[in-house]
Design a protein around this ligand. Structure first.
Ligand SMILES: CC[C@@H](C(=O)O)C(=O)SCCNC(=O)CCNC(=O)[C@H](O)C(C)(C)COP(=O)(O)OP(=O)(O)OC[C@H]1O[C@@H](n2cnc3c(N)ncnc32)[C@H](O)[C@@H]1OP(=O)(O)O
Length: 311
């Protein structure tokens, strides 16, 4: 669906790869659904705002790593309607962050996210509203995936339903010991609708995805590592100066991949993203375009002047 929509968009506008490059530069235009699909962005925003509670908090740090916190602890960080709108706004802020390199998505109060707020879900349980919410969240999470930042979901406690789907919208998942990712949709008489199934298949393969969705399997850190859903298990750590929090551990893990100037790290994410999402010939052309943005750039010239040895 994502690729089809993307290809439709590319074909509509002529030069396919040039357009994809523009999408990478202005990812907010890379939504899956638009008015041509009958999607009325303003209408669904207003509907969602009618279900308030909680917040999505963004902290942009000088290190170039931002922390996005799903914050609704009294409901195990379930997504209220206003939090869905908040998330979209935070993603817009991140798209415009020229100095950004990395992103950590976490839940408040030692748990990740228990999916949609069931109170809001009950109120919009008719098919029309459900489809609108689904398109809104797919657009937002697709834009999250396509941020030019290397992203990590820090999973502590439970990531259930839409919370499990959110973890798949990040490049990496770090699972704290004792944490669980569970696609509980089947138990709710549903399938994922925020793009989580499509992304899961790409992450763990269709066999594993069928098992996780069909069995509503509880994925603990060990199973997560085994099937490639999780990239690392984080344990509570003690250091001479005190406890190293899970967030600090996640930042240390991510900073291995975000050292260097923002334009170079963003270019890294863009070439990997196009390789992940596009057919090979289109991905190669995009890689050429992104290469052109760093070739002869300040970091490249500085590296050439310093006669580097990569020992
Ligand atoms: C398309 C829909 C789909 C999606 O978006 O993709 C979904 O996400 S549907 C939602 C899927 N999630 C769930 O079904 C989670 C249901 N909740 C639970 O299973 C449990 O609450 C828990 C998350 C496993 C935690 O259990 P426990 O530790 O025993 O705590 P409590 O049950 O007492 O929860 C504390 C408090 O939080 C409220 N809560 C939890 N999850 C939600 C939620 N998704 N929506 C609304 N409220 C939620 C729970 O009701 C408790 O509130 P109080 O009773 O007022 O204390």
């Amino acid at each position: 669906m994502v690729l089809c929509a993307l290809r439709r968009q590319l074909l509509r506008s002529g030069s396919r790869c040039g357009t994809w490059t523009r999408l990478l530069q202005r990812p907010s235009s890379g939504c899956v659904y638009s008015s041509t699909d009958g999607f009325n962005h303003q209408e669904i925003r207003e509907k969602l705002q009618a279900f308030p509670g909680g917040s999505i908090d963004l902290l942009k740090q000088d290190s170039g790593i931002a922390v996005l916190t799903i914050n609704n602890p009294s409901r195990m960080n379930a997504f209220s309607g206003s939090m869905m709108v908040d998330l979209e706004e935070r993603v817009t802020q991140l798209e415009n962050w020229t100095g950004g390199k990395g992103l950590i998505v976490q839940g408040a109060a030692e748990t990740f996210c228990s999916g949609s707020d069931l109170n809001a879900v009950r109120a919009i349980s008719n098919p029309q509203d459900g489809m609108k919410m689904c398109m809104f969240m797919q657009n937002t999470l697709t834009r999250l995936v396509r941020l030019p930042l290397i992203s990590v979901a820090l999973v502590e406690g439970r990531a259930l339903g839409g919370g499990a789907e959110l973890t798949t919208a990040c490049d990496f998942r770090l699972m704290a010991s004792g944490s669980v990712i569970q696609f509980v949709h089947k138990h709710m008489g549903l399938v994922p609708g925020w793009g989580g199934a499509a992304r899961l298949v790409r992450l763990v393969g269709s066999q594993n995805a069928l098992k996780l969705l069909g069995g509503a399997v509880k994925v603990d850190p060990e199973l997560g590592l085994h099937i490639g859903l999780s990239d690392e298990v984080l344990e509570a750590q003690q250091e001479a100066e005190g406890v190293v929090t899970l967030l600090q551990q996640a930042e240390n893990w991510l900073s291995r991949y975000t050292k260097g100037p923002a334009p170079v790290i963003q270019a890294v994410k863009k070439v990997v993203l196009s390789g992940r999402e596009l057919p090979l010939s289109d991905a190669l052309r995009t890689e050429k375009d992104v290469f052109g943005t760093v070739w002869g750039g300040p970091a490249n010239l500085q590296a050439l002047a310093s006669k580097p040895k990569h020992k």
